[in-house]
Design a binder for this molecule. Sequence first.
Ligand SMILES: [Fe+2]
Length: 309
Amino acid sequence: MATATAPAGLTTTKAPFIEQAQAKGELYITQPYELYNEDNHEAWRRLYDRMVPRWEKYANPHFLKGLENLSLDATKVPRLADVNKFMAPLTGFRAKAVSGYVPAYLFFDCLRNREFPTTITIRDRATLDYLPEPDIFHDIAGHVPMHTDKAFAEALVRFGECARTAAELVTGIQDDKERVRRLISIQKALARFFWFTIEFGLMRGPGGKGIKAYGSGLLSSFGEIEHCIESPLVQRYPVQLEWVVNQYFEIDHYQPLLFIVDSFDHLFHLVGELEQWMKEGKLDNVSPGEPEMSETDVQSFLEAGVKGA
Ligand SMILES: [Fe+2]
C-alpha cells in the first residue's frame, strides 16, 4: 500500500496517477508534485548534473541564457508553477501539464496560445539514456529554456498559426478522400519541419562561427548533444525548406542528418515561407515515408477545420 512516506512516484510508464487520468480521458491535468518520490528527484539530479558541462560546450547561447532566466533547480524535479513564474513575464509562454500524447493539432494549437504541453513523469533512474517517450527532463530542461527567448517564442507561435492555416485550408476541399490525402501530406511536412528545427535543429554559433544545438532532442540527450556537433558521421547542411519537408526521419537512433539555421529570425522567416508554400499547394505532394500520421492526428486537424468553418 502506498503511504505518505513512500509515494507511488511519477516514473514514466509506471505512474498510477497518469494511468488514472488517461482512463478518465483527462488530457490536461495538474502536476501532483507531492507524488514525486526520491528516485524521481534523484533521476532529475543525475540527468541535470551530467548535462551541465555539455550544455556549456554545445548549447546555443539563447538556451544558456534561458536556463539562467528560469533559475531551474538542479537538485529536484521542477514545479511547473515555478517555471511559469519566470517564463510567462518574458514571452507569455507557460508549461501546461498533460497526461500523455497530445494529438497533433491540439499540440500545435497550444503553441499558438503560448502554452507548452508538458509531460510530468520522469524516466526511471535506471535507464537515463534512452527513452522513446518524452518526459519532464526533455520537456522542461530541453524545450522550455528556449521558450524564454523572444525570437524563438515568436517562431513557435507562428508555427501554431501555420497549423491552423492547414486545418482551414483543407476544410475547403469538397472530396473526402482528397481532403484527407492532402491533409496527410501537409501534416507530414509540418511534422518534418518541426522535427528538423524545434526538436533537432542546429544553429550557427555567435558571430557565424561554429555550430551549436538548439533542438530540444539534442539539448536533453547526454550522448547526442556531443555527437551532433562532433561526429564525422553526421551530415550538417544549411537548412533548405524543400529538403526538410521531403526528408523522412527515424526516431530510434541518433540523427545522421541535421540542418543549420542562421538565427531565430531566420527560423521565424522559414515558418512564414512554410505557410506560404502550403497556401500555394507546394506541400500537397511531399515525399512519402516517415513520419506516418496516426488516425488521431489526422482527425484532430479535420475536427479543428470543421469547428473553425
Ligand atoms: Fe520534444
